[in-house]
Design a protein. Sequence first.
Length: 218
Amino acid sequence: MGDYDGDADRDYAANHGLKPTRFPRTSRRQERIRSVLARRQPDLSVVLEDVHDPHNASAVLRGCDGVGVLDVHLVYVHEEPPRQSFARTTSASAAKWMRLHYHDSIDACYEALRREGFCIYATALGRESANLYDLDLTLPSALVFGNEMRGVSDAAISGADATLFIPMQGMVESLNISVACAVSLYEAMRQRRASGGYDRPSLTEPELKALEADWLRK
């Protein structure tokens, strides 16, 4: 690319503790990475519980990247995780721009989220479930999505702070899991944009620098 500066690349690598690379690290790429990281939402997270279809898992990660989610929590007890979807070395995968956290149980996952101050919403149909559009998703929020056939587990429901549903106007009562995740995340983005949540970085300066250095290696 025309804006590659080898000396600048070597200087950047030295200043950030990186090894010089033979691949161009253009100023345009650096600026895009900084811009994307400035809009990452560390207080908006997604939990996947036994989601086994690789297309669904990949679509969820693309949706997460699209709205600025940084952390995705993975709980696999009854299913094998679709490894290819979560491989950070796959060039087309959104996983390389995520921090993926594996947990042995939903309880362990919820405990980790609560230590970070998250309110946990499990997606489930039920009389007590809250309408997605009535929730304040500008607050630290973790959205839980379950297996394609079984949905979220009883433990995921009972341990959550609340359950939510997406209102439907047709005969079918629910959406595909990756679609449901996208709908929910983009409602969160709508609320956060309206409140200025994307106008300033939510990550600390050391976090931004560490992630920038990591992303520039990819």
